[in-house]
Design a protein around this ligand. Sequence first.
Ligand code: HEC
Length: 112
Amino acid sequence: MSGMTKFLLATTMLIAASARADATADLFAKRCAGCHGGDGAGHTKLATKVKVPDFTSAKEQGDTTDKEIKDAITDGVKDSKMPAWKERLTAEEIAALSKYVRTLGPSKSVAK
Ligand code: HEC
C-alpha cells in the first residue's frame, strides 16, 4: 500500500468515527431542538409556548429517571406537545437520544 493510500484510508476512518458521534447531536438538532432548543434549555419561542422542560437544569435532570426519558421519547407525553418518536426513529436512535439528553444537564446531576 502506498503512503498516500494509507493516509487517505486513515483520514476516511477518522471522518467516519466522528460522523457517528455527531449523528445523535444532528438528530437532536433536526428533530428536537425546534421545541427543546439547541442546548436543551427550552428557551426558544416555541418552547415557551409548548412548555418544555429545561434539560440544562440540575433539578429537572434529578427529578427524571432514565426510564422516564426513554418512555417520553418513545411514546410521547400525554396531553402535551411532546410527540411519540417510535414510528419515526429506530430503537438505537431513541437510546442514543436518551443518553444525549443527559449530557445536556450539568455534569454533577447526571445519573450514575
Ligand atoms: C413539538 C414540540 C416537541 C418536539 C419536536 C420534541 N419535544 Fe420533547 N417535549 C415537548 C414538551 C412540550 C414536553 C413536556 C411534556 C410534559 O411533561 O408536559 C417534552 C418532554 C420531553 C421529555 C421528558 C422530560 C421529562 O421531564 O420527563 C424528553 C426526554 C423529551 N421531551 C425529549 C425529546 C427528544 C429527544 C425529542 C426529539 C426526538 C423531542 N423531545 C422533541 C415538546 C417537544
